[in-house]
Design a protein around this ligand. Sequence first.
Ligand SMILES: Nc1ncnc2c1ncn2[C@@H]1O[C@H](COP(=O)(O)OP(=O)(O)OP(=O)(O)O)[C@@H](O)[C@H]1O
Ligand SMILES: [Mg+2]
Length: 583
Amino acid sequence: MKSLITFYRFLGKYKWRMLLFLFVYFISIILETIRPYWLKGILDAIQNSQSHQIFIYFLLFGLSTVGTNFISTLAFYFADRVLIPLARHIRETVFQKVMELDFAYHVNKSTGSLISAFRRGDGAVFSLFHNIHFDLFSVFVSLLVTLFFLFKTSLDIGLSLLILAIVNGFLIWWLVKHNLQTRTDLNHAEDHVSGIIADSMINYETVKFFAGENKERRRLSAQFDDWTQKLWRFSNSFRLMDIAIGTTSGIAMLFMLWLAIQKLNHGFTLGDLVMVTGFITGFYYEFFRLFFRVRDIAKSITDLEKYFDILDQDTQVKDPLSPQTITNPQGYLSFKNLSFTYPKDKSKVIHDINLDIHQGEQVAFVGRSGAGKTTLVKLLLRFYDPIRGSITFDGVDIRQLSKSHLRSLMAVVPQEPIMFNNTIKFNLAYGRENASMADIRTAAADANILDFIEKLPKKWQTEVGERGIKLSGGQKQRLAIARALLVQPKVLIFDEATSNLDSASERKIQQALKNASKNRTVIIIAHRFSTIRNADKIVVLSNGSISEIGKHRELLQKGGLYKTLWTLQSKGKLIENESLTDR
Ligand SMILES: Nc1ncnc2c1ncn2[C@@H]1O[C@H](COP(=O)(O)OP(=O)(O)OP(=O)(O)O)[C@@H](O)[C@H]1O
Ligand SMILES: [Mg+2]
């Protein structure tokens, strides 16, 4: 029911257009339903040989028939003037909400399930609108019209229809509730199936590496067992409805017809009999329509529930009520007593970190895999908030800044850069839409990727494929560096990929980093120690805590963890040795 309220809140924006549509449609339903009454007029006039009356009723019958067609078409047009902008408005709102949701939400979501919830939700907006405002509304209005004429003609026939309407109303309500439950169960099963399909498709590379095609088919097949069972239960719930509604309506209709026949020659004219028959046979189908529509409404409401649930998702990392702005950013960062645990995870990933990174400094984070290096970057960007301690930017606690302002001060080259399935130019200019071609070229040149781009047959218009699959690891990284440089951030964060690059690519990236270091603070999370020899400060992390800080030479002399890691890497052992993993 909550989703229905949300639906009408969206619809409220178009209330005047909605009223216009309902009014026009109301007239068209009345014109359509009233026809048996004109027919009675014709028959009564024939019986009484009133040729003038015959003509009038015939004209009214004709006008009703033709008029309904025109007016209902007009009503459909007015409805579309509501529905089309409404569907777009809802879709954009939900999409925007998904984009704004926390990093943590996106980490836990399943894209496949989310897309199927989106698709079903979109469809439900259209069908719910139609089912309520065309079908339900039309049944309701024609029931009123029919009851009015039946009561006018005969109290017991009118009463019979009223009772039938009430009984069927309850019956439909009860049956639909059962149907709704089976539908929810089916949706869950369907989401799991879509989730597996999407997951298999995203991981196609791994599937191929391990010849896992059959394994994937079996994984899907197992999920389909549950899906099949739920679909049977859902389908069978309709059989029950068909039997129940069909039986009650059929018996009641026969009863009313029998009553009408009894009354013939006892106050009922032939015209009355034809009119009553016309009304009740018309209504027999209305009940079926009603039950099909209520069924569809129930289905749409369930579909909308999951869609609108997205709107109710809470953001954990909130913007402050009155955010501060750093007008002249310097790029001085300070971590104070910082501790952090991932949500729903007990173990502490960051332990009591205290660190100052001064403006223009080049600082490197090193440590074993899982030490918490990337996590520190996520905290710095406020993808998560720490459980204790704080981070300041130019002395201002980052929780006092709006997330968008904070993130505009920094740019990140992620550990595994991902590109949009679009052109090189689109990807490069993503952070600064109004960048001139000259700026874009400069950023590309500084990132050491300009030559590569210009040698491509389609140059800047080259499509990079889904997630950037058509680019090599090194090219993707340099493109990501260019993308970061283009926004001219005060702080540049480079989370080096763990994958090994050949020495030519590595040199290109190092050159790119050197170019990037002018006039800004640079944080490098290094896996290749050659990258950081000249860093102003090297921070060695171990199990989420700082174990050493110093320059390359100092740390080597000290003979601690840094020296161990460095020695291992120079012997080329870092990757193979599993015991080196912190977690
Ligand atoms: N979203 C998450 N939810 C729960 N735990 C996470 C999440 N992301 C990372 N972790 C855990 O936090 C720890 C630190 O991860 P992090 O990515 O910071 O390591 P890292 O130092 O960057 O490692 P690498 O050198 O391999 O990139 C790891 O144990 C990891 O499993
Ligand atoms: Mg990492």
